[in-house]
Design a protein around this ligand. Sequence first.
Ligand SMILES: [Zn+2]
Length: 93
Amino acid sequence: MQLQAPSDADEKEMDPVQKAVINHTFGVPLVKTKRPVISCNVCQIRFNSESQAEAHYKGNRHARRVKGIETSKSRPHDADKGPPRPHRLALPA
Ligand SMILES: [Zn+2]
């Protein structure tokens, strides 16, 4: 009685599909672009080069953005000024 798998004959010759999968897995390196992504988190802009980023950081547009964020941060809501006052008036006895 033989309980051998039917695919035993393919042991030497690799399945073409399997071969393709392996080639695909090993052929394409899973390394992303080595070039670091330079971006300005304030302005949500990405740059292709460091010099570009530098120029942006020195630019007026970026400065204005930063200023705007700082002012909005340092300034609390006007409505939250002071603790809420209880509506308790001197009731007539
Ligand atoms: Zn910026």
